[in-house]
Structures are given as structure tokens and as C-alpha cells.
Design a protein around this ligand. Sequence first.
Ligand code: G3P
Ligand code: MG
Length: 250
Amino acid sequence: MNRTKIYGHRGAKGRYPENTLLSFQQAILQGVDGIELDVHMTKDGEIVVIHDEFLNRTTDGTGFVRSYTLEEIKAFSAGSKFSSLPDFEESWLLEKVPTLKEVLQLLAPYPIELNIELKTYTFEYEGIEEKTIALVNEYGNGRKVVYSSFHLPTLLRIKAIDPSASIAWLLNQVISNPLDYIKSIELEALHLHKDMVIDHLNDWKELKDLVRVWTVNQGDEMAQLLDAKVEAIITDYPELAIAMRQERAV
Ligand code: G3P
Ligand code: MG
């Protein structure tokens, strides 16, 4: 039985507006083991779920997330920029940038994992680690949560606040001696860009249980990683990855 977990990247980004409640709901319906999302902080200190530092690409707003209060950000549509997706519906225009609290509340009935990526490499957002952990403690319903970041100081802060937290380092280039990092800062996993893993599967064989790979969208790439039994695949198309895993189970 193939145990590789399938995480929906920003929900089910391939078909729905990324990082919206709609996208997360659809990923759940597709049967994901977990979802991945990205967080930033507003001017008034609220944790919001959006990929970029700025609003322009994914909403009809402009400027930095941190320049707006939550109430101001809620005035923008998080669906209008996605009208070229094949299943677009007018109702998507009503999607808003969700807060982390709203996503946690949406997930409450479902026993899936959650990967919160803290986007702290451009702005550090003082206090984002404490606030994120507090929200998970209050609304996480005891689910497994993995905190990931490209920014190592963020992961160290999380570990200092909650030594039992699961942390994962996001990497898009090779580092020497990954096991040293895993042991010394108690990383639960490495979240690796697919180019670091595909075509280098032998290099990761011993560490496959500690490797989650992003963003894996092509069927041939999914097949290689499923056969290599990496711990998880993070994909914009979770339904495809789930179907391919199912084929391998019979
Ligand atoms: O967490 C995996 C992946 O989401 C990291 O890159 O830019 O899609 O957030 P990005
Ligand atoms: Mg991400």
C-alpha cells in the first residue's frame, strides 16, 4: 500500500482560486490528506491566508497586505482574478481573503493535516509566530499542523514558543548534510522543490520519510514520487495525485 500523503497546494489551486475557503473546501472534497496554505499579517495584526506580500496578483486590491487592516482587505475579491479557470462561476467573485481562523474553523470537522507556510522572508511580521500558534491552539481541533518556512529564524522562533511544534524547512536549492539540520534544529521534515528530488531520488532514498515535495503537478512526476514513497506530495491537482495513488494500491 502506498502511504505517500497528498497535500492540496493552496487548496486545489489548479482548479479553484488559490488560498480561498472555496479552494480548501474543494480540496477536502477531493480527499486530500492535508492542505497547504500561506500566511501574512495585516496592518492590524490579523493572520490572513494569501500567498504574496501584495494583493495585486490574487485580488482586485493593490499594494502590500501589511498596509491594510483586515476590514479593508475583506473588501477585495479573492476570486475575480481567476475567471480564466475552466470551471469559473460568478459566485467565485464573492470569495474573500480568509483569515487563518476562518480556515481552521472550516477544517474543524475534517481530520486532515494542515501545513501553514509562514511567508516571512520579505517582511518578518513581528509576532506572526506567536499569533499563528495561538490560533492553532484555539481552533486547530487537535489536528496535526506542520509549520513551514523558507526563513529559518521563523522556524526557530516557533520551536522556542512551542517545543512540541512540527517544523519543516522549505528549500529550493541543495544544502549539504541535510540530516545535520534535521537533527540539530529538530525539523520534522524538509519541504523540497521537485527539481531537488525528481532525477535525484537515490540521493533522498534514506530520508524519503522526511521529504515532502512541491509543487508536483505532472502525472509522470507524481508517478516517480509515489513509487519512491516520499512522505508527501504537495500539488495543485490533488484529485490527480489521489487517483494515481489509488491505481498503485490495487
Ligand atoms: O509549501 C510549498 C510551496 O507552497 C512553497 O512555495 O511559493 O508555492 O508558497 P510557494
Ligand atoms: Mg506555500
